[in-house]
Design a protein around this ligand. Structure first.
Ligand code: NOJ
Ligand code: CA
Length: 574
């Protein structure tokens, strides 16, 4: 009985794991298992690899790990096509190993968050296989969106919805006698059929899955595509504009009832088990509705992530974020990257540093040194803002997007389904470099025969954990110091932010009694406020001035006030 593993090995709760408000300012590290560390040498990251590197994460200073899906999956979309939620994919390990990993992490004061993908399952999931084997109108098909086609022969799609991975959102099935049959809906790839959330069994099953993982000691779940689950049953075409809550497949009002039930499940467990939504919504008020006290705890702040490296734009986003969260009492989250978006070192090194899936193009001129410098400054900015922070594996090493992956090695359905016009997301999923001067850079054990599932750039020897650990100026050293200071500084984490007067292209704010953060996004050095000591800077100060594209963390000798005046770049110089 696998339950026994946890019961036998789980350590006694520590102060680090009993604090009920932990999630309000947690530092959460995202592990894309396939690319983190390979324990058995087949070139694919796995749970043994993660277990062997837990001390690295403890030393980095993270409070929790969010694991991308680790369940049984054909990996048509990197595991976001789940065939069985109660089993670990054999490429990654076993359920018993996952239980041990959760317990070992907890022993180090690190909580575990798992990924739940409620919008769809794998086409290999038992429910979908049963639906395919059953006739139209059967109860097995009612858990999905099966629909007859339009036109005389039913050979036109039920509607013209487009998949998030390009191409149609419908695929036609074959009947048992080989004739063309009904169509089924998939907002992502055809291997990811959408579930019908008005079906009670769909709701009951997901609540059981939540309990399955909470029973195994996880501290939270990240909810994939959280705003897409509910569809208008009449399946109308997508209008050019729709009233709030009226879009046929996004942000429908019925979702809130689902998440209230999920919250009840989470709240029935001891400690605070959290629900984190992946919610891409431009409307900040609609976004905040998901964070009401009886729904989700937090959601990823994508508005901030997509912004260009521009002071006014970032300030607008920070203000809008804090204003939207305040009425519901939820903390904001700050996210620079994840497994879906171009790595920040590359983004910030491009002239147009805003992020949008539609504008993602390889071959855009990129200044990686500039990008790295800005990514360092952005990291300090995020960690100083009120709320919790996410770090996507490799961000702390300053890895760039790998843009020259050979076409035959790429696996992302975004790339494959677009016929290669969309570069896809493989470039931010390349296996991590841990040590040494050549591939696999310690990702797989010495002497392994399997190559890393995606090739690593040859120059990543400079960016290994081993190399960066020895360099006090490395990105890794910056992240470690930053997280250590954040943990000890009472003004940081959850709480208020007060803007301080500053010049154009400079952001300056105070937290708590004495903490000040200044970000210089201008092209010239600026003077820092007087009577402050420097806690940390993302780039070394030059003659006492804060250089361009640099963030400083300061401690004021006196309690900060609203009338502190910062000198801007035109007045800079001591
Ligand atoms: C969002 C996930 O982050 C992404 O990786 C995935 O492809 C889609 N949801 C579909 O599950
Ligand atoms: Ca492996």
């Amino acid at each position: 009985m696998t339950d026994g593993v946890l019961a036998d090995t789980a350590p006694a709760p520590t102060a680090a794991t009993t604090d009920e408000r932990w999630w309000r300012d947690a530092v959460i590290y995202q592990v894309y298992v396939r690319s983190f560390a390979d324990g058995n040498g087949d070139g694919i990251g796995d749970l043994a690899g993660v277990r062997s590197r837990l001390h690295y994460l403890a030393d980095l200073g993270v409070d929790a790990i969010w694991f991308n899906p680790w369940y049984l999956s054909p990996l048509a979309d990197g595991g976001y096509d789940v065939a069985d939620y109660r089993a670990i994919d054999p490429a990654f390990g076993s359920l018993e190993e996952a239980e041990r990993l959760i317990a070992e992490a907890r022993d180090l004061g690190i909580r575990t968050i798992v990924d739940i993908v409620p919008n769809h399952v794998s086409d290999q999931h038992a429910w979908f296989q049963a639906a395919l084997a059953s006739p139209p109108g059967s109860p097995e098909r009612a858990r999905f969106w099966f629909h007859p086609g339009r036109g005389d022969d039913g050979d036109e799609m039920p509607n013209n919805w487009v998949s998030n991975f390009s191409g149609p959102a419908w695929t036609r099935t074959r009947n048992a006698d080989g004739t063309p049959g009904e169509w089924y809906l998939h907002l992502f790839s055809p291997e990811q059929p959408d579930l019908n959330w008005s079906h009670p069994e769909v709701r009951a099953e997901h609540e059981a899955v939540l309990s399955f993982w909470f029973d195994r000691g996880v501290a939270g779940v990240r909810i994939d595509s959280a705003a897409l689950l509910v569809k208008d049953p009449s399946l109308p075409e997508i209008p050019a504009e729709s009233l709030p809550g009226q879009h046929p497949n996004t942000d429908r009002d019925e979702l809130h009832d689902i998440y209230r039930s999920w919250r009840a499940v989470a709240d029935s467990y001891p400690g605070t088990r959290i629900l984190v939504g992946e919610i891409w919504l431009p409307d900040a008020e609609r976004f905040a509705k998901y964070l009401r006290p009886d729904e989700l705890h937090t959601a990823f702040n994508f508005d901030f992530l997509v912004r260009p490296w521009d002071a006014a734009s970032l300030k607008t986003s920070i203000d809008a974020t804090l204003a939207a969260h305040a009425p519901v009492g939820a903390p904001a989250t700050w996210v620079l990257s994840n497994h879906d978006v171009t790595r920040p070192v590359t983004r910030y090194g491009q002239e147009d540093s805003a992020f949008a899936f539609a504008t993602k193009r390889e071959g855009t001129p990129t200044d990686l040194d500039l990008g790295r410098r800005r990514a360092r400054a952005a990291a300090l900015l995020c960690a100083a803002l009120p709320g919790s922070v996410y770090i996507y594996q490799g961000e702390e090493l300053g890895l760039e997007e790998v843009q020259d992956l050979p076409p035959d090695r790429r696996q992302d359905p975004m790339y494959l389904r677009s016929g290669g016009t969309d570069p896809g997301r493989d470039g931010c999923r390349v296996p991590l470099p841990w040590a040494g001067t050549g591939s696999p850079f310690g990702f797989s054990p010495a002497g392994s025969t399997g190559e890393p599932w995606l090739p690593q750039p040859s120059h990543w020897g400079e960016l290994t954990v081993e190399a960066e650990q020895q360099d006090p100026d490395s990105m890794l050293s910056l992240y470690r110091t930053m997280l250590a200071i954040r943990r000890g500084e009472p003004g940081l984490g959850d709480g208020e932010l007060r803007w301080l007067p500053s010049a154009d292209q400079v952001l300056a704010f105070a937290r708590g009694l004495r903490f000040i953060c200044v970000v210089n996004l201008s092209g010239a050095p600026i003077a820092l406020p007087a009577d402050c000591s420097l806690l940390l800077a993302s780039t070394e100060l030059a003659g006492g001035l804060l250089p361009p594209d640099t963030t400083a963390w300061l401690l004021s000798e006196r309690p900060t006030t609203h009338d502190r005046t910062l000198r801007g770049p035109t007045e800079g110089g001591e």
